[in-house]
Design a protein around this ligand. Structure first.
Ligand code: IFM
Length: 469
């Protein structure tokens, strides 16, 4: 298979991503403490079939083989997350064995020539912090900085890419208002406070990062127009944040539907992009929250300058678009409408054009900073037949989204890399193990790894790109 039509500029980073609770297992090993996802998944009715992350992909024991497989596939960068409860299992108690695991992981990656990209928070908050209110409690932001500083010091110089948070929308609204994720609460005031404190902790961690590694490096310029990522001298540690963003469409061009589109966009996208890049919350959404919740006293006047501290890149997780019409229910009076296109096994509409629109919008309205697609991928109904997994739908999904990335780059967009979600099939949160996102199939009975056709397709695409430059 040739991929001439997907020829990316030199320096584009080809990656894949996972997260600690979704793959590691070994929840009682080497002094790990309890996280909110241990508690949540062990609470009957919260996760499909009572599935838990207790064993997951057993990556904690199999990381060497997993990295070996990444190397065979030609993966250039691996994005993983650190489990906070492995580092601080009890308040203020540093667990050297927990840090050692990530030290070994990073060493193994470096040995394989794979660039580590660390996410500090991918949702496994220590339970003892949740017992004090979790992200609703401002103090959690300070505990996060202590934890971040510890990991910066232990691994900083060997890790070029740092992501403070993964998808703050999920860690706040989906977790504290909608109740689908841990800790499973249904309280809008809590969710708004959680979002605020997560953003605050991000800004404080950026300050700690600069204190550790010095002044902000010159931002990477668009590929093909200067020094490229991965070139000599470019491996200085950089820090950013990953947001899950959806491009929102109105179901019709009526003013009512257009107003609904704007509200949904405000709830999902602008609530995070505006404070990070403009130093202010969007006034229209703030008004809705003030009316619904009244007391937003947890937002202090000097928080926004911290939240909007200059970062080095933006991570974007993109899966689907959102189509909305004016509705009667909920805080936002928005009704979600099927877009009409094909959907993945998650029921999410496949709409690659929206990725291009989203990237263009970020550039036009928010920032010229480098962007990485830190997650993109599809859950499919994968089956093993004669030891092979054919997943043409996933290949088509990845190819179509990469084509939109290339379109953005060819127009001068500052996109530097792409991480397929996910390397392995894994624990898909409230869906348990029923949704398979991996380019590598995991047989959960035997823990055998079977690279799917998409893994070989990705390998060939990477190789073809590197051969051409
Ligand atoms: O599995 C998740 C991941 O943890 C965060 N982003 C979306 C993925 C698919 O739902």
């Amino acid at each position: 298979m040739t991929h001439r039509h997907l020829q990316f500029p030199r320096g584009f980073v080809w990656g894949t991503a996972t997260a600690s609770y979704q793959i590691e297992g070994a929840v009682h090993e080497d002094g790990r403490g309890v996280s909110i996802w241990d508690t949540f998944s062990h609470t009957p009715g919260k996760v499909y079939g009572g599935h838990t992350g207790d064993v997951a992909c057993d990556h904690y024991h199999r990381y060497k083989d997993d990295i070996h497989l990444m190397k065979e596939l030609g993966i250039q960068s691996y994005r993983f997350s650190v489990a906070w409860p492995r580092i601080f299992p009890e308040p203020g108690q540093l667990n050297a064995k927990g840090l050692d695991f990530y030290r070994r992981l990073v060493d193994e990656l470096l040995k394989a020539g794979i660039r580590p990209a660390i996410t500090l928070y991918h949702w496994d908050l220590p339970q003892y912090l949740q017992d004090q209110g979790g992200w609703v409690n401002r103090d959690t932001a300070h505990r996060f900085v202590e934890y971040a500083q510890t990991v910066f010091r232990a691994l900083g110089k060997d890790v070029p890419m740092w992501i403070t948070h993964n998808e703050p929308w999920c860690a706040s609204f989906l977790s504290y208002a909608i109740g689908e994720h841990a800790p499973g609460h249904h309280d809008w005031r809590e969710a708004i406070a959680a979002a605020h404190h997560i953003l605050l902790s991000h800004g404080l961690a950026v300050d700690a990062f600069r204190a550790e590694f010095g002044a902000r490096p010159a931002p990477l310029t668009p590929l093909g127009q200067g020094a490229a990522a991965g070139e000599a001298g470019d491996d200085v540690p950089r820090i950013g944040i990953t947001l899950n963003l959806n491009h929102v469409w109105a179901a019709s061009n009526s003013p009512e539907d257009e107003a609904a589109r704007r509200r949904q966009d405000g709830f999902f996208n602008r609530w995070f992009l505006d404070p990070l890049f403009k130093g202010a919350y969007p006034a229209d959404i703030l008004e809705i929250y003030e009316r619904a919740v009244a007391d937003l006293g947890f937002m202090r006047s000097d928080d926004l300058p911290v939240i909007s501290r200059p970062i080095d890149f933006l991570g974007v997780n993109y899966y689907s678009r959102d189509v909305v019409a004016a509705g009667d229910e909920g805080l936002f009076k928005v009704r979600h409408v099927p877009g009409g296109g094909p959907v993945t096994a998650m029921g999410w509409e496949i709409h690659p054009e929206s990725l291009y629109r989203l990237l263009s919008r970020i550039r036009d309205e928010y920032t010229a900073l480098p962007i990485y697609i830190t997650e993109n991928g599809a859950a499919c109904q994968d089956v093993v037949v004669n030891g092979r997994v054919e997943d043409p739908d996933r290949i088509a999904y990845l190819e179509a989204h990469l084509a939109q990335c290339l379109r953005f780059i060819e127009e001068g967009g500052n996109l530097h890399g792409y991480y397929v979600w996910s390397f392995l099939d894994n624990f898909e949160w409230a869906h348990g193990y029923t949704k398979r996102f991996g380019i590598v199939y995991v047989d959960y009975d035997t823990q055998a790894r079977i690279p799917k056709a998409s893994a070989y397709w990705y390998r060939d695409l990477i190789q073809a790109n590197l051969a051409m430059v």
